[in-house]
Design a protein around this ligand. Structure first.
Ligand code: GLU
Length: 473
C-alpha cells in the first residue's frame, strides 16, 4: 500500500491570511481529503520580529471561516529550534556541512567583487576544507551545507514539470546562524520530514527554495516529498496580485459580505479546472481535485466573477441558512451594527420571511442587509430623496386613501393587501404602480425594495399601518 498522503499548509504569521495563501491551503486540503490523507498546519514563526499572535489568530480564523480544517495540533516552527540545531550538527558530523568563519566584511567584499565581475553574488566556499584551527579569534561560525559542486539538482514538479538547476549556481547555504538559530531553509526541510509530509503544495515563489531544500534532503539521506508549485494569483492586468488590485486578506472578503462557500468555490477555480464546470459542492471539489489540472500560467483574480458567483450562492442557499450566514457575518459587515442590536427571534423570523424577495437582488451580504434595512428601521422612517419625492408628488393622498381599506382587511397576507390595492387603483383609474410606489416609499423609505405586498406581510398589520400613518399627512 502506498504511504497515506500528508500535505501541509505552512503560513508565516506576519499579517492576515492572504487570499493566495488561502488558495494554497485549499489545494493542500483538497489534495489530502481526496486521497483520504491528512493536512497538517505549521505556523512558520521563526522570524520573531515579524511574527505576531494576532496574525496567527487571523490565519486560524480565516481557515476556519473557509471551512478548511487541519489534522492534529498546530505545529509551531519556533518551538522546534532545538531539533533543527541537532540536524545541522548531524550534518557536520556526517561531513555534509562545515563551520564557516567568514566575517560580514569578507562577505560584503565577496559580493562586491562578484557584482563588479558581473556574476551573481555567491559565497565562494572558502571554509569548505579549512580546519577549525585556522578560525579567526572572536568570530562565531555559521554552519553551511557542503552542497554538490557539479551536476544538477532536478525537480519533477507536479505542476511545473521538470525543473533543473546547475549545482555550480547554488552556493553552500547557511543552515545554522552564528547565534545557533536555524535558517528558514533548514527548518522547512526538518519539519516537513518529521511531520511525514508526502506532498508539498505551495506557491511558485518557493520554486528556487525547492532546489536548496532538495540539496538538504539529499545530504540527510531523507526521502524528498512530492512537490507542486502553483503559479501565484495575478490581478486582472496580469501583474502579481497586490494591494492596488483590491483586498488581499481573507478577512476583507468576509467583511465585503462574501459567503465562505462562494469564496472557496471561486478560489478552487483559480488555477485549477475540471472542464467548464463552475460550481462545486465541497464533496464535488474533494472528488474532482487533482494536481494534473492545475494550470502552469498564473490565474487572474476577477472581482466581478467572484461577486456574481457569490450572488449565485446567495440565491441558491436555503433561506434559513442564509439568515444564519447573515447572523454569523454581522460583526464583520460594515453595515451590520443596527441589525446586530435588533436581531432577536422575532426579527429573525421577519428576516426569514423576507428572504425570498431580498436574496433575488443581492450579490453580497452587505447588499442583502442593505435590502433588509426596512425591517430594522425605527419609526418614523428616515426617507431617502427618491422616496420623499414620490410621497411629495401626490403619494400621500394615495396612502391616506389606502389606510382605511387596508385597515378593514380581515386577513393580512400579501394576496389580500394586493387585492385591496388593486381595487383602489382600478376604482380611481390609476396604474397599480402609482399606488404601490407611495406604499413602498412609506414602508421602506426607499424607491426600491422586495415586492411591496411581501413587505406588507412581513412587517405585519400593526407596523405597516403605523408606518403608513406616519406618512399620510
Ligand atoms: N512560510 C512560507 C510562506 O508563508 C511557506 C513555506 C512553504 O510552504 O514551504 O510563504
Amino acid at each position: 500500500m502506498p504511504d497515506p498522503v500528508i500535505t501541509r499548509f505552512a503560513p508565516s504569521p506576519t499579517g492576515f491570511l492572504h487570499i493566495g495563501g488561502a488558495r494554497t491551503a485549499l489545494f493542500s486540503w483538497l489534495y489530502a481529503r481526496h486521497a483520504g490523507g491528512k493536512m497538517l498546519l505549521r505556523i512558520e514563526d521563526t522570524d520573531r520580529e515579524r511574527s505576531t499572535d494576532a496574525a496567527i489568530a487571523a490565519i486560524l480564523d480565516g481557515l476556519s471561516w473557509l471551512g478548511l480544517d487541519w489534522d492534529g495540533d498546530v505545529i509551531y516552527q519556533f518551538q522546534r529550534a532545538t531539533r533543527h540545531r541537532e540536524v545541522a550538527e548531524s550534518l557536520l558530523a556526517s561531513g555534509h556541512a562545515y563551520y564557516c568563519y567568514t566575517t560580514p566584511d569578507e562577505l560584503n567584499e565577496m559580493r562586491a567583487k562578484a557584482r563588479a565581475e558581473g556574476r551573481p553574488p555567491r559565497y565562494d566556499g572558502r571554509w569548505r576544507n579549512r580546519p577549525a584551527s585556522e578560525a579567526p579569534a572572536g568570530v562565531k561560525p555559521v554552519i553551511r551545507l557542503e552542497a554538490p559542486l557539479d551536476g544538477e539538482t532536478v525537480l519533477d514538479d507536479k505542476v511545473q514539470g521538470r525543473v533543473a538547476w546547475a549545482n555550480k549556481d547554488l552556493d553552500d547555504l547557511v543552515l545554522l546562524r552564528s547565534d545557533g538559530t536555524p535558517t528558514y531553509m533548514l527548518a522547512v526541510v526538518v519539519d516537513d520530514h518529521d511531520m511525514g509530509v508526502t506532498h508539498i503544495i505551495r506557491g511558485d515563489d518557493h520554486l528556487t527554495n525547492a532546489a536548496r531544500q532538495m540539496q538538504i534532503y539529499q545530504a540527510l539521506g531523507w526521502h524528498i516529498p512530492v512537490m507542486a508549485h502553483i503559479p501565484l494569483i495575478h490581478g486582472a492586468d496580469g501583474a502579481k496580485l497586490s494591494k492596488r488590485h483590491g483586498a488581499l486578506g481573507v478577512d476583507a472578503y468576509r467583511a465585503m459580505g462574501y459567503l465562505p462557500e462562494a469564496l472557496r468555490n471561486y478560489l478552487v477555480r483559480l488555477g485549477w479546472s475540471q472542464g467548464d464546470k463552475e460550481f462545486f459542492t465541497t464533496a464535488e471539489m474533494i472528488e474532482a481535485f487533482d494536481l494534473a489540472h492545475v494550470g502552469r500560467s498564473p490565474a487572474r483574480f476577477d472581482f466581478v466573477k467572484l461577486e456574481s458567483m457569490n450572488g449565485h450562492y446567495i440565491r441558491a442557499i436555503r433561506d434559513a441558512d442564509l439568515v444564519a450566514a447573515l447572523d454569523a457575518a454581522l460583526t464583520h459587515l460594515p453595515n451590520g451594527t443596527v441589525a446586530r442590536q435588533k436581531l432577536d427571534d422575532a426579527m429573525r423570523a421577519k428576516l426569514l420571511a423576507a428572504m425570498p424577495g431580498l436574496k433575488e437582488r443581492a450579490k453580497t451580504l452587505i447588499e442583502l442587509l442593505d435590502g433588509a434595512n426596512f425591517l430594522f428601521a425605527d419609526r418614523p422612517l428616515v426617507l431617502d430623496a427618491k422616496a420623499l419625492g414620490i410621497l411629495d408628488a401626490g403619494g400621500r393622498t394615495h396612502i391616506a386613501a389606502l389606510i382605511p381599506r387596508l385597515t378593514a382587511l380581515a386577513e393580512w397576507k400579501a394576496a389580500s393587501t394586493e387585492a385591496a390595492v388593486r381595487d383602489y387603483a382600478t376604482e380611481i383609474k390609476i396604474k397599480l404602480g402609482d399606488a404601490a410606489q407611495p406604499l413602498r416609499a412609506a414602508l421602506t423609505g426607499r424607491a426600491t425594495s422586495p415586492g411591496i405586498f411581501d413587505v406588507l406581510e412581513v412587517l405585519g398589520r400593526e407596523e405597516s399601518l403605523a408606518r403608513l400613518q406616519d406618512q399620510a399627512s
